[in-house]
Design a protein around this ligand. Structure first.
Ligand code: BG6
Length: 482
């Protein structure tokens, strides 16, 4: 069956930076079905011809590669523009007239803020464009708390069934995240050791060099925890800790993730200051460049919004009892870098001397981005003439670009769009996952209620406030060094 992809928010940042370049690349890989149309929806008064030339300019700006003439020729014929204000449900007739010229599956991508979702759904419902197998793809953030998230989900579910709703978390489309399933469940070497008997603790870091760019309004009402922890970090945490699903069906994978999300220990007003450290970047010099403070970036307004968070997490399951998980994420950190680090417990009685237990521990580092790969730190004997057992460590390395030759790590949005178009839900997030993660996130903000929640200032180009180090050092651990 043919399909049509409708993009609400045709000229928005997400469309220009991510969706259109990804669709163009899917064209290049010959993955778009022959008759598929792409219908940009927006308030601009453009004709389709004008829209086509705007898309061409935007692709030139945002794609890191040249536009090939023959590919563009095919791609541009797919493009249509529909001028409509999503707040006027009657306006959706214009869209219906374009769509109903033929019988196709309609995939609606909401590349707009969540406060518009309800009217888009209403408009689609009014025109009977919400029946199966039509579907919607929606972007985070789905709310700012459990309550607001439920409101959005309830509104959407008046018009679309859960199996028609594809919630994006773009980290789920990253190759290194997808590989976590293979790494954990195809390698007996790790499979049997993945619990509190062998693992001492884990660290997950998503660091960014950039500040808030031109998203000040969005970011100031959201902050780093709601923007990054509720979605990407909790997804990674649940995948790296979940039990083996019975198969690769999306519901079975999601069921396992749910068990972890349910077992996240909530915070309370007594422990919150020891377990959650919040920071906000000040002005300073980073890589020789002057950086303005967060407050300056949002227009010199007072704000308690955090641009950095490090959090100690406990998972109350029998597999993970006693294992701390440290999450860390922030803007204006020394570099763009994401990794998962797994620290193993030492051997109980070390025949080479117990001092080695403190000195060297096995460690697995999963480089999520950049330089995607996996490194395993192992302990070895130092080669010497005399028979001595002096030990040191060395690394076993797997690196995508070296080991797979000319490997292409497709952009997450390419993968997500492709699977969304195919109707495969396994890379998308289910409603209960979103709501459970909000329950836990709410426990952070509720625990701060009535107490001081002002983030601590940190200089750009550092790893956040010093208290982030103290938090982990208190347990006898330290952040992995890059
Ligand atoms: C988005 C957040 O979901 O992820 C942004 O809203 C953040 O604030 C971005 O910059 C990071 O994504 P990536 O893929 O560049 O790590």
């Amino acid at each position: 069956m043919t399909c049509d992809l409708v993009i609400f928010g045709a000229k928005g940042d997400l469309s220009c930076r991510k969706l259109l370049p990804s669709l163009y690349k899917l064209e290049e890989s010959n993955k778009l079905s022959k008759n598929m149309r792409i219908i940009g929806v927006g308030r601009a008064n453009w004709s389709t011809t004008e829209y086509i030339s705007i898309v061409q300019k935007s692709l030139k700006r945002f794609m890191k590669k040249k536009i090939e003439e023959d590919i563009w020729k095919i791609f541009s014929t797919r493009l249509n523009f529909c001028n409509l204000d999503v707040n006027e449900t009657d306006n959706f007739l214009k869209l219906k007239n374009i769509l109903c010229r033929r019988n196709s599956v309609i995939i609606n991508y909401f590349a707009m803020p969540p406060n518009t979702f309800s009217s888009i759904c209403k408009g689609l419902g009014k025109m009977n464009l919400n029946f199966e197998p039509n579907r919607i793809i929606i972007e985070k953030p789905l709310g700012l708390s459990l309550e607001t998230s439920k409101e959005i989900n309830n509104e959407i579910s008046k018009y679309f069934k859960e199996n028609q709703i594809f919630r994006i978390d773009h980290y789920l489309g990253k190759e290194t995240i997808l590989n976590l399933l293979a790494f954990r469940f195809a390698n007996s070497l790790f499979y049997y050791n993945w619990n509190n008997k062998f693992i001492d603790h884990m660290q997950i870091t998503i660091a960014e060099e950039i500040g808030i760019e031109d998203r000040k309004k969005y970011f100031n009402s959201t902050g780093q925890i709601r923007d990054m922890v509720q979605s990407h970090l909790l997804q990674i945490l649940s995948i790296i800790t979940m039990s083996k699903p019975i198969d690769l069906c999306s519901d079975n994978i999601q069921d396992e993730k749910i068990k972890i999300l349910k077992a996240l220990r909530p915070f309370n007003s007594v422990n919150i200051h020891k377990k959650v450290i919040l920071g906000q970047y000040s002005s300073g010099i980073m890589k020789g460049k002057k950086i303005s403070s967060y407050l300056k970036d949002i227009g010199d307004e007072p704000s308690n919004t955090e641009t950095f968070a490090s959090i100690k997490v406990n998972i109350d399951t029998k597999e993970w009892k006693g294992v701390p998980f440290y999450l860390r994420t922030g803007k204006r950190l020394p570099k763009k870098y994401s990794e998962i680090v797994i620290f193993f417990k030492p051997i109980p009685i070390n025949i080479f001397g117990n001092h080695y237990n403190n000195l060297y521990k096995n460690k697995i580092t999963i480089f999520l981005q950049p330089n995607e790969g996996i490194q395993i730190k192992i302990i070895n004997k130092i080669p010497e003439l005399e028979l001595k057992y002096n030990l040191t460590t060395a690394n076993l390395n797997f690196n995508y670009s070296k080991d797979f030759g000319k490997v292409i790590l497709f952009d997450a949005y390419e993968k997500l769009l492709l699977e969304g178009i195919k109707g495969n839900r396994s890379l998308f997030v289910r409603r209960d996952e979103v709501e459970l993660s909000w329950i836990w996130i709410d426990s952070i903000f509720n625990s701060f209620k009535g107490r001081k929640m002002s983030p601590i200032l940190y200089s750009p180009g550092t790893w956040g406030p010093e208290l982030s180090n103290s938090m982990i050092n208190y347990d006898g651990n330290k952040w992995n060094e890059f």
